[in-house]
Structure formats: C-alpha cells, structure tokens
Design a binder for this molecule. Structure first.
Ligand code: NAD
Length: 256
C-alpha cells in the first residue's frame, strides 16, 4: 500500500550511528520494522546502541566503519550483507562539522570535511548501490545533507556548506543514474536539530538569537526528522527521487 511506512523485511544501514541523529535514525528504522546495521568507528557506543535496539524487540548488527576509507566501507558492507542480508536502505548520516574559516583552514581540515561528508557518502553509495543493482530489488539511499547545502551562514562553516552542497548534487546525479534500477536517492536537509553535541550551544545567548530566525520559534528535536526519514525509506515514498526535503521549522525562510 502506497500510504504505508512499514519497513518489515527491509535491511537498513545507518552510517555514523554511534551518536546523535544516526543513533536516533537507527532506532526509528527499527521501530518501523527494519533490521538495522549500525556503522561507525566507536565500537563501544555501537554495541550499546545495538543492545538497546535488541532489548526493545528489534534486530541490530554493529560493524566497524570509517566512511573515508574505501577498504573499510567494502568490509563493513560485505559483513552487513553476510550477516543481515541484502541492504535495501542506506542512510548516509556520518558527518563532521568544520573548525575554521576559509582563510584560516589548512588543507588537512578541508580534506577531512570533504572526505567524511561528501566522499564518504559517495563511497557508501557506490558500494551499496552496486550491490542493490546486482540484487535487482531496487532500494533507497537517503543522504543527510543540511540547509547549508543551499544556504550560507556569514563567516562560518564554509567547508561544511560546500560539502553539503556537494551531497545535494550527489543525490541528484545518483538518482538519475540509478532510477531505472528502482533505486531511489533523496536527501534530508535538517535545520538546527538538538543533539548531545550542540544543545549547550543552542541554549546559549548566540543560540537564542538564531532561534528567533526559525519560523516556528523552536529548534528541532531528532524526532522531527522521523516523518521525512520514513517517507523516503518506505512504500509511501515510491515515486520520490532526486529531491531534498528541508526539515528546518522554516529557518530558511528567514529574511535576507
Ligand atoms: P554527531 O557528531 O553526533 O554525528 C555524526 C556521526 O558521524 C558521529 O557518530 C561520528 O562518529 C560519525 N562519523 C564521523 N566521521 C566518521 C567516519 N569517518 N566514519 C564513520 N562515522 C563517522 O552529529 P549529528 O548532529 O548527529 O549529525 C549527523 C548528521 O546530520 C551529520 O551529517 C550532520 O552534518 C547532519 N546535520 C546535523 C544537524 C544538527 O543540527 N544536528 C543539522 C544539519 C545536518
């Protein structure tokens, strides 16, 4: 049924699942019925997450993954498919924030932001995409971009914004390339979503000034992304590809 968000029988792989939104996405996909594979570099945190998912009745597998390393990506995806079955949903969530302005940044920092946020999503998309094509059952790829993929913030986060704009373009080009194989590729562009890493900043005085620019008057919670995630992952999203859904409470409507 095209109005369904049921993911029973699906295998979902979430990258960067050791904290924040990735951990939340894994739980949401599990609650919708998917078997989940959680990948990241921090094995202890992944183990805790997979135990929590299992304790609440789901099925979870934790795999070591560094999205910047093609060998690690190949090994993680192979292990996921060996132990959990063919991956039908990929959530490219792993990402790092920038730490310096453009003129102050060194090459190593530029490379680490691009390698994690953009190249990592391509490496995962390539590895999982090839297997989805071979399996012949279609699939879904969901890239976690940002509103900074199409808007900017003065004097901040340039390398991050460039990487997220690249992710939007990657979403469009992959959607075109894989559509005939039944593989739908979309992105979510979150605004400011509260997680353990940014809550202190968002509740500070600069955070309060930012909050005034959000049309609905509050920052998002991870649960606010669930509707877009399940739409893009499930039967209800069967005719959506190559698009970015902004989930930002109207932040990008703020006046210029
Ligand atoms: P987070 O730092 O808690 O999560 C990022 C995850 O990616 C971490 O678990 C980290 O360990 C993992 N990661 C980093 N490098 C990796 C690598 N090389 N290999 C594997 N995993 C790696 O932050 P978050 O807020 O949960 O962000 C998740 C995603 O959502 C990111 O892509 C971020 O850019 C995007 N996003 C977040 C917000 C927000 O307000 N929280 C807004 C827009 C976009």
């Amino acid at each position: 049924m095209r109005t369904s968000f049921d993911l029973t029988g699906q295998v979902a792989f979430v990258t960067g699942a050791s904290s924040g939104l990735g951990a939340h996405f894994a739980q949401t996909l599990s609650e919708a019925g998917a078997k989940v594979v959680v990948g990241a570099r921090r094995a202890d945190r992944l183990k805790d997450l997979s135990e929590r998912i299992t304790a609440s009745g789901g099925t979870a597998l934790a795999v070591d993954l560094d999205v910047t390393d093609a060998n690690s990506v190949a090994q993680a995806v192979a292990r996921a498919e060996d132990e959990a079955g063919p991956i039908s949903i990929l959530v490219n969530n792993a990402g790092i924030p920038p730490r310096a302005l453009s003129l102050e940044m060194d090459e190593a920092e530029w490379d680490s932001v691009m390698d994690t946020n953009l190249k990592g999503a391509w490496l995962m998309g390539r590895e999982v995409g090839r297997r989805m094509v071979d399996h012949g059952n279609g699939g879904r790829i969901i890239n976690i971009a940002s509103v900074l993929g199409w808007r900017t913030v003065a004097k901040r986060v340039q390398s991050y914004a460039v990487s997220k704009a690249g992710m939007v373009s990657l979403t469009e080009t992959l959607a075109l390339e894989l559509g005939r194989d039944g593989i739908l590729v979309n992105a979510i562009g979150p605004g400011y979503i509260k997680t353990e890493l940014n809550t202190e900043f968002l509740e500070s005085a600069p955070g309060e000034r930012i909050q005034k620019r959000v049309a609905v008057g509050r920052f998002g919670e991870p649960e606010d992304l669930d509707g877009a995630l399940l739409l893009l992952a499930g039967p209800a999203g069967a005719y959506i590809t190559g698009t970015v859904i902004a989930v930002d409470g109207g932040l990008t409507l703020s006046t210029l």
